[in-house]
Design a protein around this ligand. Structure first.
Ligand SMILES: [Zn+2]
Length: 277
């Protein structure tokens, strides 16, 4: 597999050539907005201009990224606040967080802490299978076959809870919505690096909520080894074992915290690639 490695968070942004059609539905008319390959709210600075129509932007922005990044209760609220990642609505950034702690007897209490001191926590998922269904010849299914993955900064936890106590300091989490965001990153990265014409895409229906076949295209194994290439790490390349080759992306957000590495099958090589590979 040949890979391109991109660090999602650098000092300077990287702007790819404009696409000129919506990378999700193919629309060429009307206003086409720019896509952040990694969401702006996670510090992403890889930009794909003229890449998304208003209708698809609304779905990916509100229903996918909005759900995951929402500053109050979203999956990534804790790292966004603690790492002071960018927001388009700075006035809406919460100043405090309320955390529910449950002791060994099931008694609960709540503590309120400054948002900047809320425990650092990372959410994601791992999958039962090491490789996505499409690479294993599996039948597409709506079923999620995996586990939710959660990691707290233990020093932060010990400041708030005693040993044996559980606490609820993280936001809501939906594997399907989170997976859609991972797919959106992988798909837009593939378009940026290889061009829309070089592959037959698998992911637009999943990203737009028209399909729930997440396990067909995504797998993730726990990767306890941190990776210090930057805040986020992306790889993409052709998996040449099959003909035509599969285009596969690896997406690891907050890699230095030992998060899972998501393998995403983006599509298959078109027989006659029009764009440069
Ligand atoms: Zn569109």
């Amino acid at each position: 597999m040949t890979t391109e490695i991109l660090n999602g968070l650098g000092k300077r942004k990287k702007v790819f050539p404009p696409v000129g059609s919506c990378i999700y539905c193919g629309e060429r008319e009307g206003t086409l907005g720019e896509e952040h390959i990694i969401p702006f709210g996670l510090g992403g600075n890889l930009i794909l201009p003229k890449a998304s129509c208003p209708k698809c932007s609304d779905i990916t922005g509100r229903q996918v990224e909005g759900e995951v990044l929402n500053a109050h209760w979203g999956t990534y609220s804790s790292p966004r606040l603690r790492l002071n990642l960018p927001t388009r609505k700075p006035k809406k950034r919460p100043e405090q967080r309320t955390i529910k702690i449950t002791d060994a007897n099931g008694e609960t209490r709540t503590v309120t802490v400054k948002a900047s001191e809320a425990p650092l926590a990372f959410l994601g998922f791992t999958t039962e299978h090491a490789r996505p269904g499409v690479l294993r010849g599996a039948e597409p299914s709506d079923r999620f076959t995996g586990s939710i993955w959660l990691k707290y900064d233990t020093d932060d936890v010990h400041k708030l809870a005693k040993p044996g106590e559980n606490f609820d300091g993280v936001g809501r989490f939906s594997p399907l919505t989170y997976g859609r965001m991972i797919c959106k990153i992988a798909h837009s990265l593939a378009v940026a690096e290889y061009g829309l014409d070089s592959f037959a895409p698998y992911l637009p229906d999943l990203i737009l909520g028209k399909s729930n076949h997440l396990m067909q295209y995504v797998s993730a194994q726990a990767s306890p080894e941190p990776d210090n290439h930057g805040l986020h790490n992306l790889h993409i390349g052709w998996l040449e074992k099959a003909t035509p080759a599969y285009l596969v992306a690896y997406v690891r957000l907050f890699c230095s915290f030992g998060t899972p590495d998501y393998m995403v099958v983006v599509g298959r090589r078109r027989p006659d690639p029009a764009g440069p590979a």
